[in-house]
Design a protein around this ligand. Structure first.
Ligand SMILES: [Zn+2]
Length: 219
C-alpha cells in the first residue's frame, strides 16, 4: 500500500457529512503478499463523527515487497436516504422504503421498479385525478430543475407509462439520482405538504377553541 495521500473524501454512512476519512485499520502487507487476494478491505475513520467506515478495494498488483490497490473502491455501507415516511399512505410507505433501500445499495434498476410500484400505489391512494395531479407536479419539478426532455423521458416512462408487456428503460447512476429527487418531490407535493399543513391548522384550531372555551368558562 503506497503511502501517498491515503485520505478519502466521502459521504459518511453514519453522520451523513461529506467528510475526510482517515485509514484506521489496514491489512497486514506480509499476509497479502503471501495470500495474493483479489480484493482487500480497509477500515477508515470518519473525521466528522469518528465512526468506522468499511471500504473494499481491488488489488492492482502484488509483488514480493509491494501491494498496489486501485484508487476506486466499493462502499460496504452507503448513507441511507431519508424521507418523512409517516405522511405517506401505509402501502406506499412500505414500497417506497424498499425503493430507497435499493437505491442506497446501488441497485438502480430494482430502485426504478420499486419507484414504479410506489407511484402506482400512491395514484390509487390519491383517488380520482391523482395520477394526473402527480404528473403535473413532476412536470413542474422538471421545469424547476431545467432537465431536458430526452434525459427526462425514462423517468416519465417508469412512473407514468402503462404497458402490458412491461419494458422499463435501464437507468445509470445519474438517471437514478434524478428519479430519486423527482420521487421525493412528487411525494412531498402530494402527501407531505398537505399532511403538514393540515396538522398545523388542526393544532391552531385546537388552541383557538381552547382559549375560547377558557374565556367562556371564566365569563
Ligand atoms: Zn461520520
Amino acid at each position: 500500500m503506497s503511502g501517498e495521500d491515503d485520505r478519502i473524501g466521502l459521504d459518511c454512512p453514519y453522520c451523513g457529512v461529506h467528510a475526510n476519512m482517515t485509514p484506521q485499520s489496514v491489512p497486514n502487507a506480509a499476509r497479502l503478499i503471501e495470500t495474493k487476494p483479489k480484493h482487500v478491505g480497509l477500515v477508515y475513520q470518519c473525521d466528522a463523527c469518528r465512526a468506522p467506515v468499511f471500504l473494499r478495494f481491488a488489488v492492482k498488483a502484488i509483488t514480493s515487497d509491494h501491494v498496489e490497490l486501485y484508487r476506486n473502491f466499493v462502499e460496504l455501507e452507503r448513507p441511507k436516504e431519508r424521507f418523512p415516511y409517516s405522511y405517506l399512505p401505509k402501502h406506499t410507505e412500505m414500497l417506497f422504503r424498499e425503493a430507497l433501500s435499493c437505491y442506497s445499495s446501488n441497485n438502480f434498476n430494482a430502485f426504478a421498479s420499486m419507484c414504479r410500484r410506489s407511484a402506482a400505489s400512491a395514484f390509487v391512494a390519491l383517488g380520482e385525478g391523482g395520477k394526473l395531479r402527480a404528473f403535473e407536479e413532476v412536470l413542474v419539478a422538471q421545469d424547476i430543475a431545467g432537465i431536458d426532455d430526452d434525459s427526462f423521458a425514462p423517468i416519465k416512462i417508469i412512473l407514468f407509462e402503462a404497458g402490458e408487456e412491461e419494458y422499463l428503460p435501464l437507468l445509470n447512476r445519474v438517471q437514478a439520482g434524478i428519479l430519486l429527487e423527482v420521487m421525493k418531490d412528487m411525494f412531498y407535493q402530494c402527501f407531505v405538504r398537505r399532511g403538514k399543513l393540515s396538522r398545523a391548522l388542526k393544532v391552531r384550531r385546537f388552541f383557538v377553541e381552547e382559549s375560547n372555551g377558557n374565556l367562556a368558562s371564566s365569563a
